[in-house]
Design a protein around this ligand. Structure first.
Ligand code: SAM
Length: 455
């Protein structure tokens, strides 16, 4: 692979790294490292199931992320039913460093400005807990859809996925967030090992274009940070233009920001594809406080419409029957888009509400609860994935190796085990819900969304 590196890239690396360029360039011929991150909302390394997975996947801890593990490539954890159950997220090991350094705290309001496919977003959502709020944004519609699906799989009830350009969000959310993650679109020099095609796009002019775009996005991010708030900036590229020099330009442009730290992960020094992270803090000041008043003017929580209230009441009747021990939803409000009922989380302090999404595309305006059909409620896939087994009235539980589990994941109807009550039940891999089925006359009718079925 090293022979395929663009000569201008090799020249620039040699200038930047001097004698270290040789081991760095040699790393492009070394094997890649693979990582997964446990989802603390569903389980932990203390769970008995983890002890079984550890040797199966060849897991080894990643030093900079307490929930992160290297895995052996041939283990293919993306194919395991626990992946479909949202027990872990596959993420490149060094990419796990950004959210750890951003260090979101439970209950905070956080924006992930460039969030798809959702590695950092799902990591942040888990750290925020049920009182926190994550707005996960992605500018490209198709990628925003993937982001929504990943948030659903991980059961993030505290997250809203939006699809907007950064300037539009900055207008809507001035001085709003406690923390912002900007994992910027970059020239991807750390992606060459994974995706050799990325090399074809690379050129000095592309690096320059990326840096200009990054500065533009950071300006908008800075405007959305509360006084005292923290901005995490990261890239998976190595050049200084998109990293240290970009941060210097940001500090010149935004005097309210102070640099707290920068970190680099190098592929020739650690097991990871490489990452740059900078943590900046808004030093405070008055200019953003006026902006806060503007956000408040965007309106307060309105009571739900009659239709929405009725849909919510129907859902509650459904939940009383099929989810009798459903944990309380986070503070929030129901919203109805056509037939689709969502629960929009407000986060702590209640500054966020449905009015703030008006005019913005939101592929996932909170936890999807149900589809409201004419005379019935169809529970949403996201709901099954966001609930623990104890919430449900009954469940169809299968062993990991059972043919029924595989058949369910392929979209087939399967025979129910003894003792499962009829009607809506989650199908589970062991104790972890994978999705819904409806039991009638001993058969579990498959309600796994078509796009998520195994081929
Ligand atoms: N944070 C993601 C994760 O951990 O899974 C990866 C984000 S990726 C490095 C950068 C993202 O920025 C891409 O999804 C890309 O579509 C998006 N993007 C591209 N141009 C953008 C722009 N002008 N403003 C905001 N985001 C942009």
């Amino acid at each position: 692979m090293r022979n395929l590196l663009p000569p201008a890239f090799v020249g620039r690396v040699t200038d930047m790294l001097g004698p270290e360029a040789e081991p760095f360039l040699a790393s492009y011929d070394a094997p890649r490292s693979f990582g997964l991150r446990l989802n603390p909302a569903k389980w932990s390394a203390e769970a008995p199931e983890f002890a079984e997975l550890m040797p199966l996947f060849g897991l080894e801890p990643i030093p900079w992320c307490p929930t992160g593990y290297y895995y052996a490539e041939e283990a293919r954890p993306g194919k395991h039913p626990y992946h479909a159950a949202g027990l872990y997220y596959l993420q490149e090991p060094s990419a796990m460093s950004s959210a750890e350094l951003l260090a979101p705290q439970p209950g905070e309001t956080v924006l992930d400005l460039a969030a798809a496919p959702g590695g950092k977003a799902t990591q942040i959502a888990a750290k925020l807990g049920p009182d926190g709020l994550l707005i996960a944004n992605e500018i490209h519609p198709a990628r925003a859809q993937i982001l929504s699906e990943n948030l659903e799989r991980m059961g993030a009830a505290n997250a809203v996925a939006v699809n907007a350009p950064p300037d539009k969000l900055a207008e809507r959310f001035p001085a709003f967030f406690d923390r912002i993650m900007l994992d910027a679109p970059c020239s991807g020099e750390g992606m060459f090992r994974k995706d050799p095609d990325a090399m074809k796009e690379w050129s000095p002019a592309h690096v320059e274009m990326c840096a200009a775009r990054q500065l533009d996005i950071v300006r908008h991010a800075a405007a959305m940070l509360k006084p005292g708030g923290v901005l995490g900036y990261s890239t998976c590229t190595f050049n200084r233009e998109e990293n240290e020099e970009l941060i210097q330009a940001v500090l010149r442009e935004c005097p309210a920001l102070e640099l707290e730290r920068t970190e680099r992960i190098w592929p020739h020094l650690t097991r990871g594809e490489g990452h740059f992270v900078a943590v900046l803090r808004h030093a405070g000041g008055s200019e953003n406080t006026d902006e806060n008043a503007r956000t408040r003017k965007a309106g307060r929580v309105k009571p739900p419409s009659r239709q929405t209230a009725e849909a919510m009441a129907q859902f509650q009747a459904f939940a009383a029957e099929y989810l009798p021990a459903m944990p309380e939803l986070p503070a929030g409000e129901p919203i109805l888009f056509g037939e689709q009922l969502y629960w929009l989380p407000h986060g702590r302090g209640g500054r966020f509400h449905a009015g703030l999404l008006e005019g913005l595309k939101a592929p996932r305006p909170g936890l999807h609860l149900a589809t409201m059909k004419k005379n019935r409620v169809e529970p949403a896939h996201a709901l099954a994935l966001a609930m623990p087994l104890s919430a449900f009235r009954g469940a169809a539980r299968f062993a990991l190796s059972s043919p029924e589990l595989d058949a369910y994941l392929r979209g087939h109807a399967v025979q129910a085990p003894e003792g499962v009550p009829s009607g809506w039940v989650p199908v589970c891999a062991g104790r972890f819900p994978l999705g819904w089925a409806k039991l009638s006359e001993g058969q579990l009718k498959n309600h796994l969304p078509k796009g998520l079925r195994k081929l």
